[in-house]
Design a protein around this ligand. Sequence first.
Ligand code: PLP
Length: 194
Amino acid sequence: MLAVSKGHPEASVRKFANDGQIEFGESRLQEALSKINNLSDLDRIRWHFVGRLQANKVRGVVKNFDYIHSVDSFNLAKRISRIAGEENRCPQLMLQVKFREDHAKGGFSIAELLEAWPKIKTFSNINIVGLMTISPIAFELDDRKSLFKECRNLADQLELKDCSMGMSGDWQVAVDAGSTWVRVGSLLFGDRVK
Ligand SMILES: *Cc1c(COP(=O)(O)O)cnc(C)c1O
């Protein structure tokens, strides 16, 4: 379980870390950096970036995060690879895939991913471990489960171990469908404060 702490104070992260939670997710670099700095005494925790990643934020994310779940284009993967090389880092990446048309969300279409894959998998200084997807907001749980199963099947086809899928409202069907990372925010922390 990834505890998505965006919009929640660092005191909440500290509380869950003291209870044994290790993996925390953030989606805005500025907000994350102050938490990461102020919580640097918690040396057991790991940070995951889950939000839309703009080109000018890549260096900051590469330097401060172990995982990036939201790699939504070929050019972004290429840029992360180059900058990770310059910074002597090797982040774990997940490629974000859009299984249904959804204008609110970014991500590779299946066709784009299959086309880009032979090249992306050769990039250095990155370790592609899986796929990530987000269900369209209007979907019922049954439709979410089918979508998550498609994601699991595609990851299996590409021999990728991880699937980052499922949030507070749909984590159970995501687990049934083979999720390896559920990204849970409000169910753990309550309503976001900012
Ligand atoms: C905020 C966020 C979550 C957590 O959402 P909740 O509904 O609060 O569980 C999960 N994934 C991403 C990409 C997010 O931005």
